[in-house]
Design a protein around this ligand. Structure first.
Ligand code: UDP
Length: 235
């Protein structure tokens, strides 16, 4: 039996607890939603359940494709047991279509295809608002070596090659998504979550957003969109 221990950390969307083993942790997925560097706050009913179950499916699929992840097992509706990693403070964003900050920053047209997909790095730092950085910046700050950055980029493209067709088969376009990696016994493995909080997903027939953009932009039908993603991914 895996016993939930003491809380190690509380993030915006998850709490992390100690597990029975010191090299493992339990993630508790909350319904709290934030956007724009936590300036906008709210609740998406049952988001935690959706994100836990969707992440389980994503990590299982990714592991089946021989990419290592922190995932061990889902313990309950809102709890997931994982390996305990040291998170690399880099948000790795993969983009297949123009949207979000890329459209805004470079004036590109939302929805245009990006082929081949591009990878961006953001320095994970709330006080700085997670700034976009390049390899040289991360090296300057001793966040990651060129070797680690090369590996992050390769792993991100591999994950995209697995996820993009998976979502397409379920009539969803994987527009972009954010990954986080951690070190486990000196090896880089995929960590955090993969969910409608961290991916942009557009319905292939209607073009409608089925992700956190509905919350960011007050588009309504947020809970319905999350449940629909769960149904298409796990149903
Ligand atoms: N993203 C995320 N966490 C962040 C920032 C971005 O999960 O702190 C995801 C976001 O949901 C989208 C992708 O990364 O799928 C690219 O986000 P973008 O840079 O366009 O920023 P946004 O428009 O979300 O502010």
């Amino acid at each position: 039996m895996d016993v939930i221990g003491s809380m190690l950390y509380e993030g915006k969307a998850k709490k992390i607890f100690t597990a029975a083993r010191p090299d493992q942790v339990v993630h508790y997925f909350k319904d709290d939603a934030t956007a724009f560097n936590a300036e906008k706050r709210g609740t998406i009913v049952d988001k935690g359940v959706v994100n836990n179950k969707v992440s389980e499916r994503m990590f299982t699929l990714i592991e089946e494709n021989r990419i290592p992840t922190h995932f061990l097992k889902r313990l309950s509706d809102r709890e997931m047991l994982t390996k305990k990693v040291a998170i690399v403070p880099v948000e790795v964003v993969v983009r297949n279509l123009v949207a979000g900050s890329l459209a805004k920053r470079l004036g590109l047209r939302v929805g245009d295809a990006i082929e081949p997909a591009i990878v961006e790095f953001y320095y994970k730092n709330d006080a700085l608002g997670d700034p976009l950085v390049n390899d040289d910046h991360l090296r300057l700050m001793n966040v990651a070596t060129p070797g680690v950055l090369r590996e992050l980029r390769e792993l991100a493209h591999k994950v995209n090659a697995v996820l993009k067709p998976f979502f397409a088969e379920r009539k969803m376009q994987l527009v972009d998504f954010k990954l986080e990696f951690g070190l486990f016994h000196n090896k880089l493995i995929l960590a955090d979550e993969i969910s409608p909080d961290t991916c942009r997903l557009w319905d292939m027939e209607t073009g409608e957003s089925m992700d956190k953009d509905r919350f960011r932009k007050d588009m309504g039908k947020i809970e319905e969109a999350y449940q629909e993603v769960l149904k298409r991914v796990c149903g």
